[in-house]
Design a protein around this ligand. Structure first.
Ligand code: AMP
Length: 113
């Protein structure tokens, strides 16, 4: 946990969220500014700043994010979706607690802007 981290506050319940799933390791909630009909964020409870800060011992946890993303996507009624991690400001990262965007419910173009 990091005191000044928005997503750590969401995990603790200090900031409200539209929670879709939670277990001992992972927290899932709807993005506040959805970019697709289905858009939610999958985060580890462990505070990791971003993909570039993932450590050797985190591999299992990072893999779990994908499995939970698929489970929640299916709960939301979709089996086709895009997973996105932004790493650093130039890549569009605005919250520095690692998060996987799950986007779906419409056709998505490639490449992204
Ligand atoms: P990124 O730009 O990759 O760092 O993604 C951060 C995401 O967090 C954005 O898509 C925001 O819309 C989303 N976000 C910011 N604040 C909140 C919040 N309080 N609840 C839910 N999603 C949020």
């Amino acid at each position: 946990m990091s005191d000044n981290c928005l997503f750590c506050k969401i995990i603790k319940g200090a900031v409200p969220s539209d929670k879709l799933y939670e277990d001992d390791d992972v927290f899932v909630f709807r993005d506040i500014a959805p970019q697709a009909p289905v858009h939610f964020l999958v985060i580890p409870k462990k505070h990791v700043k971003g993909p570039g800060a993932v450590e050797a011992g985190d591999e299992r946890l990072m893999g779990k994010l994908i499995r939970v993303a698929d489970q929640v996507a299916r709960q939301e009624g979709i089996s086709q979706y895009r997973l996105v991690f932004n790493n650093g400001e130039k890549a569009g990262q605005t919250v520095f607690h690692i998060h996987m965007h799950v986007l779906g419910g419409r056709s998505l173009t490639w490449p992204p802007g």
